[in-house]
Structure formats: structure tokens, C-alpha cells
Design a protein. Structure first.
Length: 395
């Protein structure tokens, strides 16, 4: 009888433990879209000075051409990443610089793929070339930039450029998040710490990734949208479980504050914003020609600024995503949000950095800087950004 009593006692203890664990499970994140009617909370942002750095040789952006001081500083940042377990860095570009910004190729995917299975990938690579050749490092991550970053870190950290359609709507960004999930789940370094860098709406792609990977109250509705977009959700959800076991450090650069984040113990989020001025607010269009207030696209790309998808099915899906992610295409709402001048996202921590791109002459410099939005991805900012990330994430 003693063994029976002990067995029942053990079973009772197991049941109590399960109940306690269930009650103490993490509460799913709210992941609400950004609200524009309140000032940022104290302690959620800080001003970061643009420190003097050894210059980079832009004309020949290869490691062998760089000065010893620059190379040493990048290697120091790389050492800190490696000591913290980072083995993979992924660069995610923003809107209009991808392989299908108008979604024309996607509309013709069926007929083109029927002609030849390799035709679509070739056309997408061809479609990406203009932004790489014309814009180069202005608001765009080039292959040369990513290669130099990887080599400069000093080895053992692989760098990947993630290219997506870059169309300006909810559905395109959700599709990109799904493709990024696939990339991370099949990476050789999926069990290690990964650093994800997103410029502009590439940051929204990363926000959606966190909602798919980590517990979020939006997850069920978001996965339903993934299913309606024609994706195999069961397979993808298994991939999400795999990615959730790793650690993700996420940094956005110039990301308009829009989507909610499901960050937590295994996922940290940092935002970097090109900003000038004493208040953590964006400005009006006054001074835009000389980018007096910093990143103007950061202000203009907020909720309501999307372009409607081209086909009826995706327009309907985008409208349903509004309930989860905030207004997509809504000019009236967009004008109201722009007047608010939001700078600091609700989720994560933000650094307001004056990247020194304000015009000083009589000629406008807004186009040369993409309205203050193209400075983050420039070769000149690479070392500063690397050191900022090392200081924040890997002290």
C-alpha cells in the first residue's frame, strides 16, 4: 500500500506542477499597431551622438582597401558579436528597392513559370539590378556592402542580404516575413543568436516575423491571413517553433512606427532614427529641402501610406489585415498621423541620432539623402552602426 500512496502523491505533484506552469505561462503580447496620440514614455529612447570614426574608402569598398584603424574597429565589433554567440547577420531592405516593387512579376508568375522554372528567379535578379546600380548604398543594402560587413567583422559571422518584393502594402510585407521565416529555419546557424537589421519598411517585415514566431494575440488572425495568401501554414508553423528556440536581436533603421512587436526574453528590439531637434517629434515639411529635421520618410511612411494591391483578392486580404496591423491605405488617416510627428515606436528602445546629413549650402540636399532616409545604409555609417549595435546588444 505504501508504494501506491507514493505513486498517487507523485502523480498529484506532477498535476499541480503542470497547472502552475500553465497559469504562469507567458501572456501573449498585445502586438497592437502604433498609436499616434501620446508622447513617448520616458526611458524608451535616448539621444546618441554620431561619434567620429575612421573613414571608409568608398570608391573601392573591399576590405583590403580600408585603413588599418577602420579594419581594427570593425574587428572589435565583430569580436563582441562572436563572444555573444552571434553567427548570422541578415540585412532586410525597405520599400521600392526589391525585386518586384510594382508586383508585376508576381501577377505574371503563373505564365512565366510555365515557360521555364528558372525564369522567375532570373527576372527577379534582373529587376533588383537598377536599385543596386543607381541607388547603390543610398537607402539600399548592396551585395558589396553586405560582403564588406561580413569580412570586416573578422570571420565566423555569416552575413545575408534578404531580398523581397518591396511592394508597399500589408500583404507584400507579410509574404516577405514568411520567406524570411523560411530562411531562418533553414539556416545552418538557426540554433545560434541571429542579428537582423531592417531598413525602413524592412522593419515592418521583422515585426511581422516576431508575431509569427513568438506568442502573440495577433498570431491566430495573422496565420489565417498567411493561409489565405496560399501558404502552407502547418509547415511554416513548425518552422516558427524552430526559430523560436533561437535568439533574435533586431535593429531597425528609419522604420516608420507602425506595426506591433512580439519581443521578449529571446527577442530584443532596437530602433535607430535619424533625428535633429530637442524634442522627440518629427517636423512639418518646413526645412525638408535641406533635411533640417532628419528623416522625413520616417514620418511619411506611417499608417495609411500604403498603396492598394493590384488584384481584388489581395486588396480584400489587405483590408482584413488593417484590423491587425493598422490602416494600410487611408489618406485621411495618413494626414492625421503625419501631423502628429511620431518619432519613437511604442515597442523596443530607440536611439535618436543626428547622422550629420543636414544641408549647409544653398542647393537642396533632400534628393541626395533621400529626404534623410538613405543615410543609414551608406558605407560611411557602417562602422558607427556596427559599434552602436555592439554597445547596445553585446556589452
Amino acid at each position: 500500500m505504501l508504494w501506491l500512496a507514493l505513486t498517487l502523491l507523485l502523480l498529484a505533484a506532477v498535476v499541480v506542477g503542470i497547472v502552475i506552469a500553465w497559469r504562469l505561462r507567458p501572456t501573449p503580447a498585445l502586438c497592437q499597431p502604433q498609436q499616434y496620440d501620446a508622447a513617448p514614455q520616458p526611458g524608451t529612447f535616448a539621444v546618441r551622438a554620431l561619434e567620429a570614426m575612421p573613414p571608409i574608402v568608398r570608391d573601392t569598398p573591399v576590405l583590403e582597401s580600408q585603413a588599418p584603424a577602420w579594419r581594427e574597429a570593425m574587428q572589435q565589433a565583430g569580436s563582441r558579436l562572436r563572444r555573444s554567440g552571434v553567427r548570422h547577420v541578415v540585412f532586410v531592405h525597405g520599400t521600392f528597392v526589391g525585386h518586384d516593387p510594382t508586383l508585376l512579376l508576381s501577377a505574371l508568375e503563373g505564365p512565366l513559370s510555365a515557360l521555364s522554372p528558372g525564369l522567375m528567379p532570373s527576372l527577379r535578379r534582373l529587376s533588383k539590378l537598377p536599385s543596386d546600380r543607381v541607388l547603390r548604398d543610398l537607402g539600399n543594402y548592396t551585395p558589396e556592402y553586405v560582403s564588406l560587413f561580413e569580412k570586416a567583422l573578422g570571420g565566423d559571422v555569416h552575413a545575408t542580404r534578404f531580398v523581397w518584393s518591396s511592394a508597399n502594402n500589408h500583404v507584400a510585407r507579410l509574404r516577405a516575413a514568411v520567406e524570411l521565416l523560411r530562411l531562418l529555419a533553414t539556416s545552418e546557424n538557426e540554433s545560434k543568436r541571429t542579428l537582423l537589421l531592417g531598413h525602413s519598411h524592412g522593419g515592418q517585415v521583422l515585426a511581422l516575423l516576431t508575431q509569427l514566431v513568438y506568442p502573440a494575440r495577433t498570431a491566430e488572425a495573422l496565420w489565417q491571413a498567411v493561409r489565405d495568401a496560399g501558404e502552407p501554414t502547418e509547415v511554416l508553423q513548425e518552422m516558427a517553433k524552430k526559430v523560436a528556440r533561437a535568439r533574435l536581436d533586431i535593429a531597425t533603421f528609419g522604420m516608420p512606427p507602425r506595426y506591433g512587436w512580439a519581443a521578449g526574453r529571446r527577442c530584443r528590439v532596437l530602433h535607430v532614427i535619424n533625428h535633429r531637434g530637442a524634442e522627440p517629434r518629427g517636423s512639418t515639411v518646413a526645412g525638408v529641402l535641406q533635411t533640417e529635421s532628419g528623416d522625413y520618410v520616417h514620418q511619411w511612411g506611417i499608417a495609411g501610406s500604403d498603396l492598394p494591391p493590384g488584384n481584388a483578392k489581395e486588396r480584400e486580404l489587405a483590408a482584413r489585415l488593417d484590423a491587425i496591423l493598422g490602416e494600410g491605405y487611408d489618406v485621411k488617416a495618413w494626414l492625421q498621423h503625419v501631423r502628429h510627428g511620431a518619432r519613437v515606436p511604442r515597442d523596443g528602445f530607440s536611439y535618436l541620432v543626428d547622422y550629420g546629413d543636414r544641408g549647409t549650402g544653398t542647393l537642396p540636399n533632400c534628393l541626395a539623402t533621400c529626404f534623410g532616409h538613405g543615410v543609414y545604409t551608406s558605407y560611411d555609417a557602417m562602422l558607427f552602426n556596427a559599434r552602436l549595435l555592439a554597445d547596445h546588444f553585446y556589452r
